[in-house]
Ligand binder design. Sequence first.
Ligand code: SF4
Length: 422
Amino acid sequence: MASPSTPSPTSQRPSTPPKKPRRVNVRTPEVMERVQAEVETHYRSSIVEKIRARNGVLTIGNTTIRLAKQFGFCYGVERAIDLAYAARKVFEDKNIYLIGEIIHNPEVNRQLHEMGIMNVTGPNPDAEIADLGENDVLIVPAFGAETSIMDQLKAQDCIVIDTTCGDVMSVWKRVRAYAKDGMTSIIHGKAVHEETRATASRALGPDGSGHYLVILTLEDCDYVCDYIRQGGNREEFLERFRGAYSEGFDPDVHLQRVGVANQTTMLKSETEELQRRLAAAVKDRDGEEGAVASFQFFDTICGATQERQDALFEMLDHHLDVLLVVGGYNSSNTSHLVEIGEKTVPTFFIRGARCLKELEEIAHFDLHQKSEVTTYADYLLGDRPAVIGVTAGASCPNNLIENTIVRVFELRGVPREQVEAA
Ligand code: SF4
């Protein structure tokens, strides 16, 4: 099954032309100087910087930490955090709200909450978007937001601090172009992920006449490919992908001309395979020449995701006894690092140092069970040499990576002071 039964973002097609958004430049040099100092205090790590400067390796006694060459905060996340902090400084006396999470990391979201930045979504929102007005500031997260939400913010004249990453906007440009050409966007991603919901809403095009289908797995892809080649049971198709297609989507009509895009944080090898399979299916149906007009694809995985995946592959060429992947459990790019790691080496997806409870007890997120579980094993036992690989998703701050590294050393009998002095 591709898609959870979340309401389709696209059921709200654009109706009235949007007003101009009220945007304020919060990143003035004076504000940014103060922001940088605060961000550094919250998220910087001297230990991580030291290991990075040593080519990613730190050995103390019989314990070696090996850090991936690329890990942690990406440029899009850094910018989003900077903007949120800057908004707090510029609008000291105003209520500031965030749509969902700024990025998928609980520590960063907790910090923003402590700074008085409230939320307008989730189980216990501090306010409803409908209640906000011209004195309220709304922060749009790095994933972006659906067009219906953006139009609502503009209509209510809210002050918008838009932290949407430029790489996400590149995907929007692509799916808008598909819509303009009358092509259905097939989006490789999670139908419920904020970024994919935002992208899907752009796939409708400016007049709302476009269509999209979100697919997540290669099994979904094969099902769609079969339908492209020889048709199938329309009702079964619509049931299988419920919640993952645009209003009025008809597989008999809207798979005739398709363009492929992807959530920026997917696993590159899987996205490429998915593109290959869809291209082959369209060519089987329309022939080489026909497919030129009925199929397009565009790799929209962002550079930061790519670099982190490549760096992990490179690290896995070295011997590791165990791999720790640090990040928020709902982080897409982090979960793909875990998928890469677990094919080669015992891999644990942890939120931070607190997950390393004892030498033989690790709490971690199981991607297959989709829940946190506890594994009892002796990967971290201190009485024999061990090489522990560490990497982190694009939304993980360095201070959490530092705490993890320090915890590993502590469990193996090396106190923090010794790690700092090494
Ligand atoms: S992971 Fe990629 S798309 Fe997401 S914020 Fe970072 S650079 Fe942007």
